[in-house]
Design a protein around this ligand. Structure first.
Ligand SMILES: [Mg+2]
Length: 356
């Protein structure tokens, strides 16, 4: 768990558990570190077990850093989210930021504040073990070594997880929000609104599924909220093939993240409602468009490309949909199915503040 050698772990009840997780991670990292040293001039040179981790980006690359808080009660509810999902989502939101820049992950650092009950009894330890099963499965999928972090007993009864991810991208080539041009076409990956639709149905049912969800055994397309898939392959391909002029990940919802991209690029946009790829789970709800525009947490990518660019229908196995264009006029508008234009107000998801 979190780690590790950089700090003195607070002496709470189940130090044995922490030591055990730490030893497992340290052994995993030693192997990864040895592999890194042996096989490649880049990557994690020194992981858990020393005062600092040592990373070496590939020659000619820059290091990218992103950090995200996950707070119990705001980003997840223990009564709704299986622990595997919480672990998965902690890592997925950071990886999505790397994907948005076209970066390749170098290493992750995870710090956890644990409520007393998590270390006090068997049930709590089971929760933690399952949290790490979810975290490690996604880390393995994208070859992200956990290279450090910290852990402490929280004075509150809420869990807090803080992830720091480092990635690398060729010098000067990381995809940005600010570099789109007027007339560029806007595209999104995958489908929108699925995460909000799945969350709504989880909330409606109001209790945790008794099924143990093991990420590798489920179809992520059916679990867009519990197990969102960061689009690292798409981001890397956009960068490598020089397809995109700008890119952002859809963490807060299309309306909000499009506004960020427009603001940073000093442009406006026009989106066509009937061009939006609606997730099948959202399509079954009363207002699919609402979820697709404002639902949030889809972790898809929104990118811009010149009208002359030939954008394939799918990249790295993920479908790509053309949804609108960027305009010199600063307004952001939505054209409905009847050709009527109205302002698109940024109204992204606020997690559990409005949802409850
Ligand atoms: Mg982001």
């Amino acid at each position: 768990l979190a780690v590790y050698a950089q700090t003195v772990v607070k002496p709470f009840a189940e130090l044995a558990l922490i030591d055990q997780i730490r030893a497992t991670q340290a052994a995993r990292m030693r192997r990864a570190g040895k592999r890194a040293r042996a096989n490649s001039p880049a990557g994690l040179i020194l992981g858990i077990g020393d005062d600092c981790a040592v990373l070496r980006p590939p020659p000619g690359h820059e290091v990218l850093v992103t950090t995200d808080f996950t707070l119990e009660g705001r980003h997840f509810l223990r009564k709704l989210h299986p622990p595997e999902s919480v672990g998965h989502r902690v890592l997925a939101c950071g990886l999505s930021d790397l994907a948005a820049m076209g970066a390749k992950p170098l290493a992750g650092f995870l710090s956890l504040a644990l409520s007393a009950d998590l270390v006090a009894d068997r049930k709590g330890r089971d929760w933690l073990a399952r949290f790490f099963a979810g975290f490690n499965a996604l880390a393995h999928t994208h070859s992200v070594p956990l290279a450090g972090g910290d852990t402490s007993e929280s004075p509150s009864d809420h869990i807090l997880a803080d992830i720091v991810l480092l990635g690398s991208a060729p010098k000067g080539r990381a995809l940005r929000r600010s570099t789109a041009r007027s007339g560029d076409v806007l595209y999104v990956t995958g489908a929108l609104g699925g995460s909000a639709a799945e969350l709504a149905s989880l909330q409606q049912r109001g209790k945790l599924s008794t099924v143990r969800l093991v990420p590798s055994q489920i179809d992520p397309n059916l679990r867009p909220h519990l197990y969102p898939q960061p689009r690292l392959g798409v981001g890397k391909a956009l960068l490598r093939r020089r397809l995109a002029t700008a890119c952002i990940d859809l963490s807060d919802g299309l309306s909000t993240d499009l506004a960020h991209l427009c603001h940073e690029s000093d442009l406006g946009a026009e989106i066509a409602a009937n061009a939006l790829p609606i997730h099948p789970l959202a399509a079954r709800t009363a207002d699919p468009l609402l979820l697709a525009l404002h639902g949030g947490e889809d972790y898809e990518l929104l990118f811009a490309a010149p009208p002359s660019a030939r954008i394939p229908r799918s990249i790295a196995g993920v479908s790509i949909a053309r949804v609108g264009t960027l305009t010199r006029r600063k307004a952001i508008t939505l054209m409905d199915a009847h050709g009527q234009r109205k302002p698109l107000i940024a109204a992204g998801w606020e997690h559990f503040t409005r949802a409850r």
